[in-house]
Design a protein around this ligand. Sequence first.
Ligand code: 0RQ
Length: 496
Amino acid sequence: MAFNIITAEEAAQFIHHNDNVGFSGFTAAGTPKVVPVALAQRAEAEHAAGRPFQIGVYTGASTSDYVDGALTRAKAIKSRTPYQSHKDTRAAVNANEIAYFDMHLSHLAQSLRYGFLGKINVAIIEATEVTPEGEILLGNGVGATPTFCALADKIIIELNHHDPKELRGMHDIYQPLDPPYRREIPIYKPSDRIGSPIVKVDPKKIVGIVESDKLDGVKPFTPADETTMKIGQNVCDFLVSQLKAGLIPPQFLPIQSGVGNIANAVLGSLGSNPDIPAFEMYTEVIQDAVIDLMKEGKCKFASCCSMTISDEKQKEVFGNIRFFHDKVIMRPGEISNNPEIVRRLGLITMNTALEADIFGNVNSTHVTGTKMMNGIGGSADFTRNAYLSIFTCPSVAKGGKISAIVPMVSHVDHSEHSVQVLITEQGVADLRGKSPIQRAHTIIENCVHPMYKQLLWDYLKLGKGHTPHNLKAAFGFHNEFLKSGDMALTNWADYV
Ligand code: 0RQ
């Protein structure tokens, strides 16, 4: 079947007010770049003419300025799931202008197929290649693309001429059967291939092809500073101690690592530690550090959902694609983050906390319990099912005016039952097998910034019971921050 080549503006006409639209990709990698911008312009024109125009935005994870940024500024987003990290979208979510529904990334595709989230009307898919038979070769990220394509009435292809055709063979597209027919997902090691290199769609659903040559536009990471380097060092020392104690098998276990500067720095430290054996990864996002580890032979293989690498690194990977071709596999988010596989492979998971409490609960999403940062992403898909779950964060934020360790987290994403190890630049708290009071002791002693230690020891004296909270004082740090802008000024006498 021959497809129509259309402009981005023509493509935008296929989308109507109140439609639910699925966007390809995962993070900025593989997300469409020209149709969403034309869609934002269409929304602005409709609004200027006095007509409503808003859509439901479904993605694999966060996107880029082309999707979340442009559509948010055009006030074109009615609802949004599952993860966002754009500053404009974050502001609109916190002003309740966008109905944002935060969910585990591995749940998205199946929730759509189960019909829990409404209908997908249109899928906008960035492709490296598309054949007349409807075989789509994706780019740097998979996300929920296979499910969006299967469920949408119409598919718009954004054909990106920048990505090399040699990406063929780096994707593994697999969609499990849904209950009551689901069987085990047959991945027994990170490199197992179980699906197809392409997404197959009904070619009759493809309403047009829009041409593009834009890059993903991922920014390089901030170089590791003293704090992130110390966190990385503490993670390495801890993992080496576990290896030596026989608590991690000598051949090591596959690693999952979250997103952001801290995660990138931790990976860098793992790479330079001679006591950590060369390892495989089963993770959702490959960042720049992984590419370097592959070149050094320290990372042997990575299964992921996207290569979220800076434009500079992408040039390096595309220029040497033969080397990376059999070292990376990109899977749909429901497989890259699948709890069944995470548990089976025995992953060492490393994610970042915004704040943790002295009893081991972690908040990854809400600033002072009310303001959404990004979303839970895949952090809980991995944490809850890990062989060994680690959370890292600097012990203080905002120049010390915020302690990342608080009496009680202001929002719970990962409960004390899932968080096994907490690591800051101050040290390591191994929480396994410890009672709440024992956990509080090890966290205050090892992870809290010296500036906040005495305050937390004093808090512990205010409570009673198995988990000795004092409900009047539990949010004392947060209240003080909202009042004076400095948690260190907390005075427990104000609460008891
Ligand atoms: O603010 O940017 O204004 O300086 O939060 O903090 O320390 O730079 O850490 O970039 O790694 O992000 C949890 C948000 C951490 C991220 C979170 C302020 C701090 C700074 C960022 P500035 P850092 P990171 C798989 C894994 C959930 C999803 C997930 C995240 C900014 O890791 O979204 O794990 N995780 N996915 O100053 C107020 C506190 C704070 C605070 C830090 N206690 N209160 N502000 N900050 N602590 C990937 C995917 O799912 C795709």
